[in-house]
Design a protein around this ligand. Sequence first.
Ligand code: ZN
Length: 234
Amino acid sequence: MSIISRYVSSVLFPACCAGCGKVTESARLQDKNAHICDECLGRLELTEQFELRDNVTEDLFAGNEQFERGAAYCFYDKQDIASELIQSAKYRRQPEINYELARRAAMDGLQSDFFEGIDVIIPIPLHKRRYRERGYNQSDYIALGLSEVLHIPIDTSHIERVRNNKQQALTQGKEREKNVEGIFRVNHPEEMYRKRILIVDDVITTGSTIRSCMEAMSAFRGAGISVFALAKAR
Ligand SMILES: [Zn+2]
């Protein structure tokens, strides 16, 4: 892009932060991969779980014998900055926010051994009808961000969401587990024999969706499963 067209486009389409909506002069936001201003990034409450064994994310999956490690990048609370960003990525057609956050998380995670030995990244799939309505899967963008920094391939063919269940956010208590029962199906499980898999999702609340996915993955004989989410609900 020439200097003039860059100037024209920055006047016509000034860079807006996806978190606070403020127009910003920040040089970082002129980069097409940057959507969040430094102030909003600074307000994220990072969990530092990459280095922390038996953390609150791991506690949710500890009962599963294939489970290895779990971490979320930041904490999430109603109406905080993490919630604002993740909701925008999911419902306001700004999935590139997830890509940016995942890249930052991956760079943090590289300071630990959390991602070591992972063979493949699997984003939690949407049901095809939900995918068509939304136009994208927000978790695919998390997988992309991680994959690019970590050089680990993404797989979207071995697990499928076969039931278009009600959104977990609209369910409570015991209904949450019931709502996600049997929603996933695996394809060609023999191809995943002994693979070390990283499941990725945007938010973990009670962990029931991921537990259901792990249950389906028990067909992946000898596989080890780790879990990464952008945010862990408080
Ligand atoms: Zn901001």
